[in-house]
Design a protein around this ligand. Structure first.
Ligand SMILES: *[C@@H]1O[C@H](CO)[C@@H](O)[C@H](O)[C@H]1NC(C)=O
Length: 287
């Protein structure tokens, strides 16, 4: 692979390229956000990409999951994405992970990765990723930076958390998830396809920056929100310190060594498109 256009950049050095070539990134969710992240990171020369998704390609998602095709309907997204990544850059080691992510396997999944990107479409996974990043960081004695990227409706937002034992986790900033069934998702609220693309593209930039370490500033004390409905772009300054009493304190100290099972989400697999459809159908019936 020829990285000359990237190496020509001011500030971007051979050392940065070497860092990418020895990095491992886990992308949680291979939907509209995750599929772009995977391809951009592969193009940039990130060595190991783990692509986690249990779902299959469905037609109603193709408006944003643009790397898949109608002909691939019904096939596993993570498997397809790994193939597309390898086709783009054969030197990338792409691994599809087809298991759902739960509180009992998340920490082990996170441990071997330098950065984890939450590109999932549900709020349960967002909090789970934060807990798992903190616990895995404590276990291995080196933080697992987590990039949290989300898109719904006409807006997307992105921030980086769990960067060290003194910095905030996702919970520090978003104290609790909404009640199950009350969250806004692509199925209930809709999403404009390219908005997922913005989230994925921004997450790929942030990931490259975190892996390189000194390529401008990162999003550890900033949250970027872009709303294309009103064309509002907000770079909000957010706290760089942990929230007093947040459970991540006990996770960093090892006192709590399992992710929190969210009330209302207990023993529930992450929300899948199928669940959402079912719930939506049930709601539609009631109305
Ligand atoms: C490729 O990725 C898998 C899964 O992350 C890992 O076990 C394996 O060691 C990697 N191979 C190389 C050559 O880095």
């Amino acid at each position: 692979m020829d990285y000359s256009r990237q190496l020509t950049l001011h500030d971007f050095t051979e050392d940065h390229q070497k860092k990418l070539a020895s990095s491992s990134v886990l992308i949680v969710g291979c939907g509209g956000v995750g599929c772009l992240i995977a391809l951009y990171l592969a193009g940039a020369g990130v060595k190991n990409l783990s692509l986690l998704d249990m779902d299959v390609v469905s037609e109603s998602n193709l408006h944003r999951q643009i790397v898949y095709t109608i002909a691939e309907k019904g096939q596993k997204k993570a498997t397809l994405l790994a193939e597309k990544v390898k086709a783009l850059n054969p030197s990338v080691n792409a691994t599809a992970i087809l298991t759902p992510i739960f509180s009992d396997n998340a920490v082990d999944l996170f441990l071997p990765h330098d950065v984890v990107i939450d590109a999932s479409d549900n709020v349960y996974t967002r909090y789970l990723c934060s807990d798992a990043a903190v616990i895995a960081g404590h276990k291995r004695g080196r933080p697992v930076p987590l990039i949290s990227a989300a898109s719904v409706g006409y807006a997307m937002s992105i921030e980086s958390v769990c960067l060290s034992s003194s910095q905030p986790c996702y919970r520090c900033r978003h104290s609790r998830p909404p009640r199950r069934g009350r969250e806004r998702t692509a199925t209930t609220t809709g999403v404009l396809g390219p908005v997922s693309g913005i989230a994925g593209t921004c997450a790929a930039c942030e990931c490259i920056k975190l892996l390189c370490g000194d390529l401008g500033g990162d999003l550890r004390e900033k949250r970027l929100t872009i709303d294309v409905h009103s064309w509002t772009c907000i770079m909000a300054k957010v706290s760089g310190t942990q929230k007093a009493g947040c459970i991540c304190e006990k996770m960093w100290s090892g006192e709590v060594d399992e992710p929190v099972e969210e009330v209302g989400y207990r023993n529930q697999p992450p929300f899948t498109d199928k669940d959402e459809k079912q719930e939506k159908d049930e709601t539609d019936e009631k109305e």
